[in-house]
Design a protein around this ligand. Sequence first.
Ligand SMILES: C[S@@+](CC[C@H](N)C(=O)[O-])C[C@H]1O[C@@H](n2cnc3c(N)ncnc32)[C@H](O)[C@@H]1O
Length: 269
Amino acid sequence: MSNVEYDTQELAEKYDQISDSQYENGLILIDRLGLNEGSAVLDIGCGTGRLALHTAKIVGAEGKVAGIDPSPLRIEVAGKKVRKKSSGNISFKVGRAENLSGFTDSSFDAIYLCAVFHWIADKKTALKEIHRVLKPGGRVGLTTGDKGNPFTVRQITDELFLHSPYAGHVDIEDDTSKPVTKKELQALFKAAGYENINISTRINKRYYSTPQEVIEFVEASSFGTFLMHVPEFLRTAARHDIEKEVEKKRTPNGIEIVSNTLVAMAQKI
Ligand SMILES: C[S@@+](CC[C@H](N)C(=O)[O-])C[C@H]1O[C@@H](n2cnc3c(N)ncnc32)[C@H](O)[C@@H]1O
């Protein structure tokens, strides 16, 4: 079953407006990839295309950026931007990391996945496919949540669901988001044949006015899957309890949400 079945046009459009934290990490990723004019780049899980448009400016008219995402609704938002201000070097289509059969072997100089890897169910196949379509010497870069140090809302839900009335009804392993630890990521890259693997951690703190704003961000970022592993009869209570816990994170600057992002680079030799 697809993990984007709960996405809506409203969530996709909202994500485009409130995804600054992912975008800022993405700019670091693009910088580290060291792209040149003329580079051929694949953006996997491109979402609404914000970062792909930035990348298209770097690679210029001689380069190309292909963006794929399993959500047709997010591809639609991305496609509209291209129709408005395309320089012809960028394309978007529906697709997922585990199946890159639409692309030929050794065809990209660089591939990136910004805030996507934790959503991929079959990470081994995805990394193998990426390796296949990278040119020798090409690099893959990704940002992803750190399972060893989950972001504030995931910490709250993991703890909450251990207790009544959720215990026995919610399995946190059923969450659609499946982050890995730094060690697991290193091992996955190695097993898929990559070299020059480098993984660092970046800590982001963002401040929100209300718990509802926090939940709105999580819902848009998770394309509607948030709390879908909670049985329907407990979902309203869960949302209420999460909002109460989120409110406890209030500081003089607002509600503080901390995320630990793994920023990883690896090369196909
Ligand atoms: C948090 S958004 C990140 C979007 C974009 N990369 C950005 O930085 O704004 C996660 C994206 O991953 C996509 N996604 C989910 N499962 C995926 C998969 N198996 N392969 C590729 N993308 C996937 C979702 O549709 C969603 O657009």
